[in-house]
Write a protein that binds this ligand. Structure first.
Ligand code: NOJ
Length: 596
């Protein structure tokens, strides 16, 4: 049992009931008595600001063009100075990289391109020394087809690992020819079944052919997973981001999906019969024994269903990523214009769906989505900085644990993709085969859509300085091209400019960290229908904040609703200072935070 001591910085100010132990530190599971005035149980992971590192693209230390763990260690001071206190590391495990590490060959080994276990330990030590925490990616819906379990499983029908995966014989179609067991599609195009010549049966893969799905109905598989989780927790990691976790339980009768089900297959896959049972078992076997943070990637779970996975009384996960907000600009994989009332409706609904027993995440970017400022702000030169700062204001003042994706603190932008050769992502390449080579979509339209939606937008290397390849690598060639705007947009420039996006992130993170109302306070959207202004309050006891965001490139005069008066201006992303109480003259993309 690993009961680490956890600092809860806000406890002293917020405690309604003080537990028997010290007021500044509490042992795991003993902090349940710290309740905010509006009823939330205080937890370190609710007060955290998380920074996601995609290791392949963060910092290369040895010149092979691929980011690595020593590279991360060399940038820990940068992260600490930013003010984030939890790092989420995308997969760092041994992998043949069909899906950049989301296809794991050995859960207990470090990917050789990223370094060694000693490098991992040194990184973890550096993180702890800086009073930060580390959560790692738990990818256990599937493994790599090169994992030793799958190699054994596919070898014969009667080997002890056969049941670690999901195998079915094909069936005879109306034309008398053999077909896959059912019409389940893969998220990466084509059928979710792959025939394996060794035994003439099909295995299930919801993602790439090289990512066979584990059979969670086999208790041995579940115990293997719990053991590997303990392996990393015992090393000192502080929790997990769980990849596509609602998908672990399958309806193993595999009925044919109806045309309607095929339109929202994520929802179908996320509603297997034993999902909650397995998560509760995992919680009992692992999470309950440590003081950890868990966040599930909740593909296919609606906003209203969120409490099923995160209500603390159900003992499953702490939080989930719901995609309603980040995917508001897409229909499936196709880019769609989004509206501010639509985005506000997601946040309002999310808030209504969760009570004090459930906690939320706030994020609008990650390694699977395009760049924050390009998607939700305006990345053209006049407004890139202002809109990136406005988005940061929103992310750090909404209710829920905020997640920053690497480079968003520099307002890094989407990449100007021109040709298919510019892409690395398996999803982009498979889509090209499925949609362009079959003549369904023109190549130009396909690339134009990927320019706005493609995952590689977020995966181009971090831009550290104006030297060749943005200072990401000293080698001749990074694994994916650096955005050509690196000479202008890079960390060195941002650090040198006191008015930069990086320093604004720093300021907002600091403000959030010391303001209980911005963490736990009640949220109210003041003007849900307004097409350009997002105005909301966060209130906790006597502490009240008003946040006003002008989501447009137009200056506007905004009269606060319900006779509300603005209070004292704590932050303006554009340096406004004037006293304005009921009518605010907002500049394009201006964000203001008032304390009332
Ligand atoms: C979700 C991950 O975020 C994504 O990058 C990956 O391709 C799929 N899961 C499959 O693991």
């Amino acid at each position: 049992m690993n009961l680490r001591l956890i600092a809860l910085p806000l406890i002293a100010t917020l405690c309604a009931t003080v537990a028997a132990q010290s007021s500044s530190t509490v042992a795991a599971k003993s902090d349940s008595t710290h309740i905010t005035p509006n009823g939330y149980t205080q937890k370190w992971w609710k007060e955290a600001v998380v920074y996601q590192i995609y290791p392949r693209s963060f910092k290369d230390s040895n010149g092979d063009g691929i980011g690595d763990l020593p590279g991360i260690t060399s940038k820990l001071d940068y992260l600490q100075a930013l003010g984030v206190n939890v790092i989420w590391l995308s997969p760092h495990f041994d992998s043949p990289n069909a899906d950049n590490g989301y296809d794991i060959r050995d859960y207990r080994k470090v990917m050789k391109e990223f370094g060694t276990m000693a490098d991992f330990d040194a990184m973890l030590k550096g993180i702890k020394q800086r009073h930060m925490k580390l959560i790692i990616d738990l990818v256990v819906n599937h493994t790599s087809d090169e994992h030793r379990w799958f190699v054994a499983s596919s070898g014969s029908k009667d080997n002890p690992y056969r049941d670690y995966y999901i195998w079915r014989p094909g069936k005879t179609g109306p034309d008398g020819k053999e077909q896959p067991p059912n019409n389940d599609p893969s998220f990466f195009f084509g059928s979710a079944w792959q025939k394996d010549p060794a035994t003439n049966e099909y295995y299930l893969h919801y993602f790439a052919v090289k990512q066979p799905d584990l059979n969670w109905d086999n208790p041995k598989v579940r115990n293997e997973v719990y053991d590997l989780m303990k392996f990393w927790l015992d090393k000192g990691v502080d929790g997990f981001r769980m990849d596509v976790i609602p998908l672990i339980s399958k309806d193993q009768t595999f009925p044919e999906l109806t045309p309607d089900q095929l339109k929202h297959v994520d929802e179908v896959y996320a509603h297997g019969p034993h999902r909650d049972e397995y998560l509760q078992e995992m919680n009992r076997n692992v999470m309950a024994k440590y003081d950890v943070m868990t966040v599930g990637e909740a593909l296919g779970i609606s906003l209203d269903e969120t409490p099923l996975l995160v209500d603390e009384r159900r003992h499953e996960l702490n939080m989930i990523f719901n995609f309603a907000a980040v995917r508001i600009n897409r229909d499936g994989k196709q880019w769609l214009p989004w509206t501010l009332p639509g985005l506000k409706a997601v946040y309002d609904r999310q808030d209504a769906a969760l009570d004090v027993h459930s906690w939320n995440t706030v994020f609008l970017s990650n390694h699977d989505n395009p760049r924050l400022v390009s998607s939700f702000g305006d990345d053209s030169p006049p407004y890139r900085d202002a809109s990136a700062k406005l988005l940061a204001t929103m992310l750090f003042t909404l209710k829920g644990t905020p997640f920053v994706y690497q480079g968003d603190e520099l307002a890094m932008t989407n990449y100007p993709f021109q040709r298919m050769e510019d892409f690395d992502d398996i999803e982009a390449k498979n889509g090209y085969k499925a949609d362009v080579l079959t003549g369904k979509v023109s190549e130009a339209d396909y690339i134009a859509n990927l320019r706005k939606t493609g995952r590689d937008n977020a995966r181009t290397p971090m831009q550290w300085d104006g030297s060749p390849n943005g200072g990401f690598t000293i080698g001749p060639k990074p694994w994916l091209a650096v955005n050509p705007n690196y000479k202008k947009i890079n960390a060195k420039e941002e650090l040198a400019n006191p008015d930069s996006v990086y320093h604004y992130y720093q300021k907002m993170i600091a403000l959030r960290s010391k303001s209980p109302a911005l963490i736990y306070g009640d949220y109210k959207d003041l003007d849900p229908e307004n097409p350009n202004i997002f105005a909301y309050t966060r209130i906790l006891g006597n502490e009240k904040y008003l946040i006003v965001l002008n989501f447009s490139g137009n200056a506007t005069s905004y009269t606060l609703p319900d006779g509300l008066r603005a209070g004292s201006l704590k932050v303006s992303n554009l340096g406004s200072t004037g006293q304005q109480t009921t009518t605010l003259n907002l500049k394009p993309w201006e964000a203001r935070v008032y304390k009332q």
